[in-house]
Design a binder for this molecule. Structure first.
Ligand SMILES: CC(=O)SCCNC(=O)CCNC(=O)[C@H](O)C(C)(C)COP(=O)(O)OP(=O)(O)OC[C@H]1O[C@@H](n2cnc3c(N)ncnc32)[C@H](O)[C@@H]1OP(=O)(O)O
Ligand SMILES: O=C([O-])CC(=O)C(=O)O
Ligand SMILES: [Mg+2]
Length: 290
């Protein structure tokens, strides 16, 4: 079972108060941002603030850094400073090619050797934020064994599509499904984009339920108030857990009786249903609800 990434919370890397307290809100992952929430004049200060925090604070969750794209004037400097503090995960934004991933991978490999970190211990994920990136999503997802997830960066993606963001999300529907397909084909996780109206709780829950149904494993969030809501959507409910236990019990009973056909409440249970029940229980155990 992969590590849970139900919520990945962006934290502007130049805000000392937010950086210090980022671990207390229950996100599965915090993402210290060096990219679009940090002004060009603050890039240097932000990467040093985040480096100090990583060195001084033991966060109770996975810690990721969103670096600037490797082809900007900031990406390589971000990595040079940040990798020395051994983050768990590097998130590359606006990924468009497998070469983008390989370039970052090579720098991480050199840093692991230089600092004596275990080879492969620093993971990677990429955000797909352009049409070109989406068309290369599978190549991006499989470009390095460090890759654990791909995400959709909806704000930039919609700008690239030359449309606007609507309440229904129709403009992102095809891209979201394509991203899940690429992630599943690559055997890694799929993470949905941010929901920017932090006061619209109902809209946030509706969008999160919709992307869970599409197959996403988690959501990027921008505010502590969104964490509990998304964690709940991505955690199996008690009725789902009970149902999964009954499916597995019926399956084991049938195996013991050497019976080929299994039924529960009048419905046939076959291999995909058993696999789904096992996944539900593994998820529930990882989330600490059983
Ligand atoms: C398209 C993209 O690239 S998205 C990614 C880049 N964007 C970001 O990283 C934005 C991150 N989010 C934020 O900066 C803020 O949540 C905002 C501006 C959206 C809203 O700010 P506020 O209205 O102040 O939020 P709110 O009142 O809910 O804050 C409550 C507390 O949570 C803290 N908080 C809010 N957002 C965050 C965050 N993302 N990370 C850590 N702490 C946070 C606040 O500092 C405040 O702490 P306090 O009670 O100790 O003072
Ligand atoms: O990756 C994200 O979810 C946030 C982001 O940069 C975008 O939407 O452009
Ligand atoms: Mg973006």
């Amino acid at each position: 079972m992969d590590r849970l990434r139900r919520t990945m919370m962006f934290v502007p890397g130049n805000n000392p108060g937010m950086v210090q307290n980022a671990g207390i809100y229950g996100a599965d992952t915090i993402i210290f941002d060096l990219e679009d929430s940090v002004a060009v004049t603050e890039k240097d200060a932000a990467r040093h603030l985040v480096h100090s925090a990583l060195t001084a604070i033991k966060y109770p969750c996975e810690v990721a850094i969103r670096i600037n794209h490797i082809q900007t004037p900031y990406g390589r400097d971000d990595l040079a400073v940040i990798l020395a503090a051994k983050p768990d995960l590097i998130r590359l934004p606006k990924a468009e090619t497998a070469d983008d991933i390989r370039a970052v991978d090579e720098i991480i490999t050199a840093a692991e050797t230089a600092h004596g970190f275990a080879p492969g211990s620093i993971k990677m994920m990429a955000a797909i934020e352009t049409a070109k990136g989406l068309l290369a999503a599978y190549e991006i997802a499989t470009a390095s064994p460090r890759m654990v997830a791909i995400a959709i960066g909806g704000e930039d993606f919609i700008a690239d599509l030359k449309t606007t963001r609507s309440k229904s999300g129709i403009e992102l529907q095809a891209a979201r499904s394509q991203l899940v397909l690429a992630a599943r084909a690559a055997g890694i996780q799929a993470i949905d984009t941010v929901f920017s109206d932090v006061n619209d709780e109902e809209g946030f829950i509706a969008e999160t339920e919709m992307v869970k149904q599409l197959g996403f494993d988690g959501k990027s969030v921008i505010n502590p108030r969104q964490i509990k809501l998304a964690n709940k959507v991505f955690t199996p409910s008690l009725p789902e857990i009970e149902k999964a236990k009954r499916v597995l019990a019926a399956y084991e009973d049938a195996l013991a009786r050497k019976s080929g056909v299994i039924a529960l409440d009048g419905k046939m249970i076959d291999a995909p249903i058993v696999a789904r029940a096992q996944r539900t229980l593994a998820y529930a155990a990882a989330a600490g609800v059983i």
